[in-house]
Design a protein around this ligand. Structure first.
Ligand SMILES: Cc1cc2nc3c(=O)[nH]c(=O)nc-3n(C[C@H](O)[C@H](O)[C@H](O)COP(=O)(O)OP(=O)(O)OC[C@H]3O[C@@H](n4cnc5c(N)ncnc54)[C@H](O)[C@@H]3O)c2cc1C
Length: 422
C-alpha cells in the first residue's frame, strides 16, 4: 500500500492542476477496475481511476479463489426451493435482513425467473467457459512477468454428512458435464490431500486445477502496475456527469470534474447506486458475506477447502488462514459482521479442520458480492455511446477478472476508434 500511497500523493497533486481530461476514466479501483487500468495503460492510453477507497471494496477480504468449477449460478431451481423453505431463518445458507427494499424484491423476482432449468444450463456453460479462459489468462499474465500471486493448489470440497456418496457423485458428474475437472474422493483420499480433518468428514470432491491468490495483494499489485504505466488515481467519489447528445463528456467528482473520451463503471456491489448517478439502470444487488482471518504461523492448510453442506470456504495464506461465508440480501451496507456470524463461520470451519478452533483472530471483514439475477456479469456498453459497464461478478469477481479486463478493454478501444473515425 505504501508504494501506491507515495506515488498517488505526487500524482494527485498534479492531477487536478494539469489533467482535466483523460482517454479513459474508470470509476472503481477494485480488482476489475485496477486490472482494466493496467491493461489500458499498457496500451499507452491516458487512464484515470477514480475511487475514494481503492482496493477496499469486495476485493479486500474475500476468499481469493480462482475457481471455474464454481460456475453454477446461484439462481438454480434447487437454491430457489431452499430459499423459499428457509425464508426468515437465520440458519439457512442464504439469509435476508428485513424489511426487504423494493429493489431487493425486484432482484429476487428476476432471480426466480433466471432459475428456469434451460437458462441455468446455458448460464452455467457461459460462466464456466469465461472462468476457464480467465484462469488461463492469469497464467499468461504471470508468464508475462505480471505476478498477481496465483498459486495452483487445487480445491477440496468436504462433506460432513455420512452416506451421501451418491449425492457427491451426482454433483461431480454435473460439474464434469459443465467442463470441470474433478473427482469424488473418500475419507482416506481426503486425508492424503489435507491431514488433520475432523472426525465427521466423510469424503468430498477434489478439483486439482483450481487456484488461489491473495485478493487484496493482487488488486494492489494490478493498480500499482497501472500507475507504473502512467495511470493516475484520484481518490474521489463520482457524484454525477455532464453529457452532449449520447455521450458523457465529464464526470463530476468530490474533487472536481474530469473530462473523458470513454467511461467505465467498475463499481462492484455499488453499481446500482453508481448507475443511478449516471441515470442508467445497473441491476446489481449486494449479497453480503463475511470473513475472519486467523493467524496460522505453522501453515497447517496446504490447499483451499470448502464445507459442502454450509458453503464455508477455508483459504490458506502465508502465515494465515481465512474463513469465508454467508450470503445475506438486504443488509445495511458497510456494517461489520455480527459476532454470531463470525462464531458460526469458525464453528463450521472447526468441524472440517478442528485445529482451526485454536487459532487467534487477526481481522474480520464484511463485503458484498455484486450479484446479478442470472449470475452472468454485465460487461457491455450501456446507456451512452461511450460508457462501458463491467460489474455484477457475484461470487466470481476474482475468478473472472482477467477475462472481464479483456472484454472491457475491447469495448473501450472499439469506442475510442469509433470516436476517432466520426
Ligand atoms: C465473502 C465473499 C467471498 C468471496 N470470495 C470470492 C472468491 O473466492 N473468488 C472470487 O472469484 N470472488 C469472490 N468473491 C466475489 C468478489 O469479491 C467480487 O466479485 C469482486 O471483488 C468484485 O470486484 P469489483 O472490482 O467489481 O468490486 P469492488 O472490489 O467492490 O470495487 C468497486 C469499487 O468501486 C468504488 N466505487 C463505488 N461507487 C463509487 C463512486 N460513486 N465513485 C468512485 N468509486 C466508487 C468502491 O469504492 C470500490 O472500491 C467473494 C465476495 C465475498 C463478499
Amino acid at each position: 500500500m505504501q508504494a501506491i500511497t507515495r506515488m498517488e500523493r505526487s500524482n494527485l497533486r498534479s492531477t487536478f492542476m494539469s489533467l482535466e481530461r483523460a482517454d479513459v476514466a474508470i470509476v472503481g479501483g477494485g480488482i476489475i477496475g485496477s486490472g482494466l487500468a493496467s491493461a489500458l495503460s499498457r496500451e499507452g492510453l491516458d487512464v484515470v481511476v477514480i475511487d475514494p477507497h481503492p482496493g477496499l471494496g469486495s476485493s479486500l477480504g474475500n476468499a481469493g479463489l480462482v475457481v471455474p468449477s464454481y460456475s453454477t449460478p446461484m439462481s438454480t431451481p434447487g437454491n430457489l426451493w431452499e430459499g423459499v423453505k428457509s425464508f426468515g431463518s437465520d440458519h439457512a445458507p442464504v439469509t435476508f435482513s428485513r424489511p426487504l427494499g423494493l429493489e431487493t424484491l425486484k432482484f429476487l423476482a428476476s432471480f426466480a425467473a433466471a432459475s428456469r432449468p434451460g437458462r441455468v444450463k446455458r448460464d452455467t456453460a457461459k460462466l464456466h467457459s469465461m472462468a476457464t479462459r480467465s484462469l488461463q489468462r492469469y497464467h499468461e499474465l504471470q508468464d508475462s512477468g505480471l505476478d498477481l500471486g496465483l498459486t495452483v493448489q487445487g480445491w477440496l470440497w468436504l462433506s460432513t454428512s455420512q452416506g451421501n456418496r451418491d449425492a457427491l457423485r451426482g454433483d461431480s458428474e454435473r460439474m464434469q458435464s459443465a467442463g470441470a475437472k474433478c473427482e469424488v474422493v473418500n475419507r482416506a483420499q481426503a486425508d492424503e490431500l489435507q491431514p488433520g480433518l475432523g472426525s465427521e468428514v466423510s469424503g468430498g470432491i477434489w478439483f486439482p486445477d483450481e487456484a488461489f491468490l491473495d485478493p487484496e495483494a493482487a488488486s494492489r499489485r494490478w493498480l500499482q502496475d497501472a500507475m507504473d504505466h502512467g495511470a493516475r488515481l484520484i481518490r474521489a467519489e463520482v457524484t454525477g456527469y455532464r453529457k452532449q447528445g449520447e455521450r458523457i463528456t465529464d464526470l463530476t467528482t468530490t474533487e472536481g470534474d474530469l473530462g473523458a473520451k470513454q467511461v467505465v463503471l467498475a463499481t462492484g456491489a455499488d453499481s446500482r447506486a453508481a448507475g443511478r448517478l449516471l441515470d442508467i439502470r445497473v441491476p446489481v444487488e449486494p449479497g453480503y458475506g463475511w470473513s475472519v482471518t486467523l493467524s496460522d504461523p505453522q501453515n497447517q492448510l496446504n490447499r483451499a477447502l470448502m464445507g459442502i453442506e454450509d458453503h464455508v470456504v477455508i483459504s490458506p495464506m502465508p502465515g494465515r488462514v481465512r474463513i469465508t461465508g454467508g450470503m445475506r440480501f438486504g443488509a445495511a451496507s458497510g456494517a461489520d459482521p455480527a459476532d454470531r456470524d463470525i462464531a458460526k463461520l469458525r464453528e463450521h470451519a472447526a468441524a472440517v479442520v478442528p485445529a482451526l478452533a485454536d487459532l487467534e483472530e487477526l481481522t474480520r471483514w464484511q463485503g458484498a458480492r455484486p450479484m446479478t439475477a442470472s449470475g452472468v456479469p454485465i460487461i457491455e456498453c450501456r446507456g451512452f455511446d461511450n460508457l462501458v459497464v463491467a460489474a455484477g461478478h457475484g461470487p466470481l469477481g476474482v475468478t473472472l477478472a482477467p477475462i472481464t479486463v479483456d472484454l472491457a478493454k475491447e469495448l473501450v478501444t472499439a469506442g475510442l476508434s469509433a470516436a476517432r473515425t466520426r
